[in-house]
Design a protein around this ligand. Structure first.
Ligand SMILES: [Zn+2]
Length: 157
């Protein structure tokens, strides 16, 4: 690798296009702290990623429906190299593929506090984070087990 190609550490991170005709409604939902997916008007199939036609019945008509950002981790990747200069300052960071309870497989970040204990099969819930002024993203955090919560809260009443 050439040293000449090293990007600067303060490069801007890529931002979603809130006005994109296909992706905009999803990103505007995230900004409003709601996880929205296309839903086919004809058969009800959720579409992810957004698409002009339903992958199940080829119907173009659709609305947008909100889903709970809760699910189970299928896989984890820890990034120690920035493949875009705008992510360099955040290294290392974790990316998880989450099987949402609504049936969508969704890729996003794991909260930095959970980086050292994240693993497949763990339950996660979404957290909407304003990572920069005007830029809200959905991250996931591990769901603490209710038995552990109960033990932690015991005798505090
Ligand atoms: Zn359909």
């Amino acid at each position: 690798m050439s040293q000449l190609s090293q990007p600067s550490a303060d490069a801007a991170r890529p931002r979603p296009d809130l006005d994109d005709p296909l992706w905009g409604p999803h990103w505007r939902g995230i900004r409003e702290h709601e996880l929205r997916f296309q839903q086919c008007d004809a058969c009800g199939t959720l579409r992810w990623p957004p698409a002009p036609l339903c992958p199940n019945c080829l119907e173009p008509a659709h609305g947008w429906t909100a889903c709970q950002p809760e699910g189970t981790i299928w896989s984890v990747a820890i990034y120690e190299h920035a493949y875009h200069p705008g992510f360099r300052a955040q290294l290392p960071y974790g990316v998880v593929l989450v099987g949402l309870d609504c049936g969508i497989n969704y890729i996003s970040r794991i909260c930095p506090d959970d980086l050292d204990r994240v693993a497949p099969d763990q339950r996660v819930t979404g957290v909407f984070v304003e990572v920069e002024p005007g830029l809200v993203l959905l991250e996931f955090e591990l769901v603490r087990s209710s038995s552990a919560d109960g033990a932690a809260n015991k005798d505090q009443a």
